[in-house]
Design a protein around this ligand. Structure first.
Ligand code: G3I
Length: 300
């Protein structure tokens, strides 16, 4: 097929992009979104600070705009993200212990309820593990409410939306390492205890190459009985086209890899300012990386 989304569909995958509501009025942006992608992730509009700016006051306008755009484009929506130590509104940052735990669980419940039936998959918990090389939990205020905060968030999300796929999402987990193995151990424990979890998101913010054990890492999680999703793909460096092809091929090789999301549409839309890590250049033209992905999707 001649678009990312159509080519991914032919291989029973989605191909998505993170999008920003303020850019939906840009015709180049909106056209690329509509024609190339079959899934969207709100880059910021469904985060805690955006949806509950003051305690008990929920603001869904921007998130709703992204959902309605996706519905008009017949695209699915990945919700991002219900519980994350970053981008917490200041009122929540001032909480700790049981007060924070109940505020977080209420937030998960309210937002998942609001988007019930409109979100295909949620990043229920984002980035709960540390980068200390030992697979420790990140020592956030959420973690300090008790080690069971992650499963509590997943249970609340399932209670609010029984049909959405519930994902754990993280970065620097793209190969077999202490951090990804800590996530693996948590997912294995959750599955053994019947804690609701359906998928694991691998953000895959990469430079030049994917880890050599990228596919093997995806496969070991899939073998636990969860879907794997590449959730925030962007690749900087001169080797980016080959690396994008490798990541795409790895997803196609793992049957439970249900799709790929790139973290933005044009290089100028990227949070990695100046790294030019995406598939379209600032003018919206297709890059060599785009062609590498399209060819990988269409191969075989
Ligand atoms: O909306 C305000 C605007 O009103 C204000 O004028 C402006 C300047 O202060 O800030 C704007 O908010 C910014 C927001 O992006 C929207 O542009 C925040 O400051 C800025 O921190 C926020 O950055 C986002 C970052 O997450 C933190 O939430 C990036 O766009 C987004 O790409 C990035 O995405 C994260 C994923 O959610 C999780 N994984 C890592 C990934 C990259 O950091």
């Amino acid at each position: 097929a001649t678009t990312l989304g159509a080519s991914a569909t032919a291989k029973n995958r989605y191909f998505g992009a993170a999008i920003a509501a303020p850019k939906l009025g840009d015709s180049t942006y909106a056209t690329l979104l509509r024609t190339e992608f079959t899934s969207v992730t709100p880059e910021n509009e469904m985060k805690w600070d955006a949806t509950e700016p003051s305690r008990g006051t929920f603001t869904y306008t921007a998130g709703d705009r992204i959902v309605s755009t996706a519905q008009a484009n017949r695209q699915q929506v990945r919700g991002h993200t219900l519980a994350w130590h970053s981008q917490m509104p200041s009122w929540a940052q001032a909480l700790s212990g049981s007060a924070l735990r109940s505020a977080m669980l209420n937030h998960v419940t309210q937002v998942a309820t609001h988007y019930k039936g409109k979100v295909y998959a949620w990043d229920v918990v984002n980035e709960a593990f540390a980068d200390d090389g030992r697979g420790s939990r990140r020592n956030s205020a959420l973690q300090q409410t008790g080690n069971d905060w992650i499963e509590a968030a997943f249970k609340a999300a399932r209670a609010a939306d029984p049909n959405a796929k519930l994902c754990y999402n993280d970065y620097n987990t793209d190969g077999v390492n202490a951090k990804s193995t800590a996530v693996y151990t948590m997912v294995k424990d959750f599955k053994a205890r019947g804690v609701p979890i359906d998928c694991v998101g691998f953000q895959s913010h990469l430079t030049n190459t994917a880890p050599s054990d990228y596919q093997a890492n995806l496969q070991r999680f899939a073998d636990l009985g969860v879907d794997v999703q590449i959730t925030e793909l962007d690749i900087s460096g001169s080797n980016q086209a080959a690396a994008y092809a490798a990541v795409t091929k790895a997803c196609l090789a793992v049957s439970r890899c249900t799709g790929i999301t790139v973290w933005g549409i044009r290089d100028s839309d990227s949070w990695r300012t100046g790294a030019n890590p995406l598939l379209f250049d600032a003018s919206g033209a297709k890059k060599a990386a785009y062609t590498a992905v399209l060819n990988a999707l269409n191969a075989g």
